[in-house]
Design a binder for this molecule. Structure first.
Ligand code: FE2
Length: 333
């Protein structure tokens, strides 16, 4: 039997949601007890956990103690509306507001920037269920994002517990690079790519053998080239992870230099986006000002002397170094 797209869509949604619907708590607020009991029966039949409120006061007392996963609320209550309550909680609770069709248009304008959905009264149970599924899918996307953040943290932790001398390095580089990007007034999206990409830039060190990564004496030429592989290892680790696509450039190219003398690809200025250049300078600055097995941490002044010398050799962009210097003069980062 052929299914329509709508049937397939609902089948897929139901299958995913049926497994944990009972964990989804929906508060239903309407001053009509009859409407409440109809909605309540419908949502319970679909497996959701519900709590019913007939006044805004009761609802707000409960919200202050425990927030629901979704709030289904009528717009008109006796002598008042739920407008203020919706405004107050729209940023923190997914809300579906029940109202007449004409009011839905006005409300849409009021809540244009907030996550408030509307359903016309009398409520159609199928539409309500699909609206709830949509909210749950949005919440699930956020959960996926959180899971990825936790995964990134675990990877970083794995590297840092192996290598005490670079402990905290990724976080410091991320912090420095973010400050530079803000100082240079890059757009928000680029700043976020820089912040996250810098956290991940050395992720490929996970693939370098302990005997090389943790060696305290000088490295042989083959050992040094193994260390250098970390940028390609990192790139390969993240290559097929959709969420990591924006960071691939930073991970692969953070050891490149503007004159083409870096690695792994010998890229030059025009092939190196500003995001990569900023992380590279932040990386070098943190390496110079941190203690290493073979030397103490250098002072900020010495580190800047070295960066300016390397600018003269053609390694780095002067504006990025100047930005970092100005930030340091203003506030120690
Ligand atoms: Fe690196």
């Amino acid at each position: 039997m052929m299914h329509t797209i709508a049937q397939l869509w609902e089948k897929q949604c139901s299958r995913t949601i049926v497994n944990y619907a009972k964990n989804i708590v929906i508060y239903i607020a309407d001053d009509s007890k009859v409407i409440c009991s109809i909605l309540d029966a419908n949502l319970r039949e679909n497996g959701f956990t519900t709590i019913v409120f007939n006044t805004l006061e009761e609802l707000e007392i409960k919200i202050k103690v425990t927030k629901p996963d979704i709030l289904l609320i009528d717009f008109y209550f006796q002598h008042t509306t739920s407008l203020e309550l919706i405004k107050k909680y729209a940023e923190t609770i997914p809300i579906i507001c029940m109202s007449t069709t004409e009011n839905a248009n006005d409300l849409n304008r009021i809540f244009i920037n907030q996550i408030v959905d509307f359903i016309p009264k009398p409520v159609n149970n199928d539409i309500l269920r699909l609206k709830i599924y949509n909210f749950i899918r949005r919440i699930e996307n956020l959960r996926d994002f959180e899971t990825i953040q936790v995964f990134i943290d675990s990877l970083l932790y794995t590297i840092e517990i192996r290598d005490v001398y670079t402990r905290g390095h990724s976080e410091r580089v991320s912090n420095i690079a973010e400050h530079i990007a803000q100082h240079l007034k890059l757009d928000k999206q680029k700043i976020e790519i820089i912040r996250q990409g810098a956290l991940l830039h050395d992720i490929g060190k996970i693939g370098v053998r302990d005997s090389v990564l943790l060696k305290t004496g000088g490295l042989t030429a083959p050992e040094f080239s193994e260390i250098k592989n970390h940028s390609v290892y990192g790139y390969n680790i993240c290559l097929n992870l959709k969420t990591f696509q924006p960071y691939l450039g930073i991970i692969r190219s953070h050891h490149e230099k503007l004159d083409g003398s870096g690695y792994p690809d010998g890229l030059k200025r025009n092939d190196l986006p500003i995001e990569v250049q900023i992380v590279s300078v932040a990386d070098v600055f943190d390496a110079l000002t941190s203690k290493r097995v073979y030397r103490d941490a250098l002072s900020f002044d010495t580190a800047f002397d070295i960066l300016y010398e390397e600018y003269k050799k053609g390694f780095w962009d002067i504006e990025i170094i100047n930005a970092l210097k100005e930030i340091n003069e203003r506030e120690k980062i």
